[in-house]
Design a protein around this ligand. Structure first.
Ligand SMILES: O=C(O)c1cc(=O)[nH]c(=O)n1[C@@H]1O[C@H](COP(=O)(O)O)[C@@H](O)[C@H]1O
Length: 234
């Protein structure tokens, strides 16, 4: 049996208002069930209602709030998130093993939990100079992935460039969700560690997250399908 891979690119709904989400989702056919990401911008603007709306349409939701606080606060917040019925959510691995374990406890098995390692907008030079971590960026990501696995979480957020080493250091089943995905020739923007959908698939990513290349496209539905086809092609 092959390992689980999510065949739909997760669309980052990075919009400032509920109405933008409605407009965006209405472009797709009613039978097209999507996997979308609700991040800080949209959640702070539209709150739990937007999550409930998206779920009521039958889409899957990754609630990306990247919690990073003391263990007790994160656990309490996760208890609230557990009631939203989302499919996936995340914390920052830098919060520590105890924080990650408390986050899991708060969710009580309702929602899959993953942890951000090093953001895909971080380069090795930035990490070394700013975070004062004197290893390679890959070593830092693999270290966070091992600690995340030790805490019992389902996987990590990383760039596709680190997936092979993470799987070796943890297990084949440990989820690697990879943002920083760009079709060949697309604008990279603020992302630093990027890869195309097909290359990410070859390398072993389990989920890809794509925002602007879809949401800012002239035709978001065809951009989505082009990216999906590239992702499905090994
Ligand atoms: O946790 C995330 O989803 C995330 C982690 C990370 O390391 N890098 C990253 O880009 N993301 C998110 O993935 C999305 C990428 O969007 P685009 O760069 O527009 O494709 C954004 O919503 C980011 O918040």
């Amino acid at each position: 049996m092959g390992k689980f891979v999510e065949n739909r690119p997760v669309i980052a709904l990075d919009f400032p208002a509920f109405s933008d989400v409605k407009n965006f989702l209405e472009k797709f056919g009613q039978d097209e069930k999507l996997y979308v990401k609700v991040g800080m911008e949209l959640f702070y603007a539209a709150g739990p209602d937007v999550v409930k709306y998206i779920k009521s349409l039958g889409h899957d939701v990754f609630l990306d709030l990247k919690l990073h606080d003391i263990p007790n606060t994160v656990k309490s917040a996760m208890k609230v998130i557990a009631n939203l019925g989302v499919d996936l959510t995340n914390v920052h691995a830098a919060g520590g093993v105890e924080m990650m374990q408390e986050a899991l406890d708060g969710l009580a098995g309702t929602t899959k939990l993953i942890a951000v390692t090093q953001l895909t907008s971080t380069s090795e030079a930035q990490m070394q100079a700013f975070q004062n971590i004197q290893t390679s960026l890959t070593e830092s990501v693999v270290h966070y992935a091992q600690k995340t696995a030790e805490a019992g979480l389902a996987g990590v957020v990383c760039s596709a460039q680190e997936v092979e080493l993470i799987k070796k250091a943890t297990s084949e089943d440990f989820i690697c969700l990879t943002p920083g995905i760009r079709p060949a020739g697309a604008a990279v923007g603020d992302q630093k560690r990027v890869m195309t959908p097909s290359r990410a698939r070859q390398i072993g990513s389990d989920f890809i997250v794509v925002g602007r290349p879809i949401t800012q496209a002239e035709n978001p539905v065809s951009a989505y399908h082009l990216i999906k086809n590239d992702w499905l092609q090994k």
